[in-house]
Design a protein around this ligand. Structure first.
Ligand code: SF4
Length: 341
C-alpha cells in the first residue's frame, strides 16, 4: 500500500525559508515549507527584489488614490505599481504548470488576503483589507489552485487541505500530459473516496464523465475533468462526509472482521464524530484491514494517505520521545526527606 507520491510544483514567496530577502533582510521560518522542500519542486520568487527594490529596502504599502490602488514606497515617494504589475505578468506568463502557491501573508506585494489599504502614503489608518499586488494576479489567473499564506498553514486542518490539494493535482498533472483516457480511469478510481469526502455530487459527475470517456476528445475530457477536480478539492471535507466514507469503507469488511473489531472501529468513528479523535485514528485502523485482507479496490485509495506521512505534524507525544521529562523532578522519597528537614 506504499505509494510513490508525485512531486507538486509550487510557487513560494522567497522570504519563506529560502532567502533573507525581506525589507529588513530577514527570512521567515515555516515548518511546513521546511519539510515540503524535500517533497516538492519549489519555485521561490521575491517580486520586490525582482523589480530592483534591493535588500534592505524601505517598505511599500498599498495606497488608494481616486479609487485606484497604487504600490507606493512612502520613504522615497516612488510609485512602483507599473513595475510590479509588469513583473507579475511576465513571471506568471512564463511559469510552467504549477499545483499551488504559498505566499507571505500580510505583504502588500505577496499577501493573498488581509493586506491593508491606506488612503495616503502618510501615516494613516487602513481603510480596507485586500490582496497584495503580485497575489492579485495569482488569484486572478489560478482561481482553482490551492493558494495559502504561510501562517494559515500552521493550522492542522488548513495544512491538511492544502497538502491534499497540491499532491492530488500533481498526480493529475502527471497524467494530463499523457492525455490517455485509461490513465484517467485509474486516477479517478484511486481518488474515489478522497473525492467522495470532498464533494460527493462532483465525484459522481466526474465518474459519469470518465464512464462516457469515449464520447469526448482526450483534450476536452481532461479539461472538463480538471475543472471538476479543482472545484471538488476546493471544498474542505466536512466531518460528516469523512464519516460517510469511513462507514462506506467499513462495509467492505462486514463479513471479514470479528464483531469485537467492528465495535472497536465504530467506537473510533464515534470518537471522531464527537471531536475526541482525529480522522487518522479510524482511517488508520481501516487501512490496516485493507492491508490484512488485500482488498483490491481499496489498496490504492489516496483517501488513506493523500500526501507523504513525513509532512504530517508530529504529535507532541512523539516529539518528546527521547527526552527524560521527569529528570530533575523529586521522587516521593526525596519529597518526604525535604518535608522532614
Ligand atoms: S513578502 Fe514577497 S515581496 Fe516581500 S520579501 Fe517576501 S517574497 Fe519578497
Amino acid at each position: 500500500m506504499a505509494r510513490d507520491y508525485p512531486r507538486p510544483r509550487i510557487v513560494i514567496s522567497r522570504c519563506i525559508e529560502f532567502d533573507p530577502c525581506r525589507y529588513d533582510g530577514s527570512k521567515i521560518p515555516s515548518p511546513t515549507v521546511a519539510r515540503l522542500k524535500s517533497y516538492a519542486d519549489c519555485i521561490p520568487v521575491c517580486p520586490e527584489v525582482e523589480i530592483g527594490l534591493g535588500i534592505p529596502r524601505a517598505t511599500v504599502r498599498i495606497v488608494r488614490m481616486d479609487g485606484v490602488d497604487h504600490l507606493i514606497q512612502p520613504a522615497t515617494g516612488r510609485d512602483v505599481t507599473g513595475e510590479m504589475t509588469g513583473f507579475a505578468t511576465r513571471f506568471l506568463d512564463e511559469l510552467p504548470p504549477v499545483d499551488g502557491f504559498i505566499l507571505k501573508g500580510g505583504s502588500p506585494t505577496s499577501g493573498a488576503s488581509g493586506v491593508r489599504v491606506y488612503p495616503s502614503a502618510e501615516k494613516s489608518q487602513a481603510i480596507e483589507r485586500t490582496a497584495g499586488f503580485f497575489a492579485r494576479e495569482v488569484l486572478k489567473r489560478f482561481p482553482g489552485l490551492p493558494i495559502e499564506d504561510e501562517l494559515r498553514l500552521n493550522n492542522a486542518r488548513i495544512r491538511d487541505h492544502f497538502l491534499t490539494g497540491i499532491f492530488t493535482l500533481a498526480g493529475y498533472r502527471a497524467i494530463e500530459n499523457l492525455q490517455d483516457r485509461e490513465a484517467l480511469v485509474q486516477f479517478h478510481a484511486a481518488n474515489k473516496f478522497l473525492l467522495m469526502a470532498c464533494h460527493q455530487q462532483l465525484m459522481r459527475e466526474m465518474g459519469r464523465l470518465v464512464a462516457s470517456r469515449a464520447k469526448t476528445g482526450p483534450e476536452e475530457l481532461y479539461i472538463q475533468y480538471r475543472r471538476m477536480l479543482c472545484a471538488a478539492l476546493e471544498q474542505v471535507p466536512r466531518y460528516t462526509n469523512n464519516i460517510n466514507v469511513l462507514q462506506h469503507i467499513m462495509g467492505y469488511f462486514a463479513n471479514l472482521v470479528s464483531g469485537e473489531e467492528k465495535t472497536y472501529c465504530l467506537r473510533l468513528i464515534d470518537r471522531y464524530k464527537a471531536g475526541h479523535a482525529t480522522l487518522a485514528e479510524p482511517r488508520d485502523l481501516l487501512r490496516s484491514w485493507v492491508i490484512r485482507f488485500q482488498e483490491p479496490s481499496l489498496l490504492n485509495q489516496t483517501f488513506f494517505a493523500p500526501y507523504p506521512v513525513e509532512l504530517t505534524e508530529m504529535p507532541e507525544e512523539a516529539m518528546d520521545r527521547g527526552r527524560d521529562m521527569w529528570k530533575g523532578r523529586k521522587g516521593p522519597a526525596d519529597q518526604q526527606e525535604t518535608r522532614q528537614k
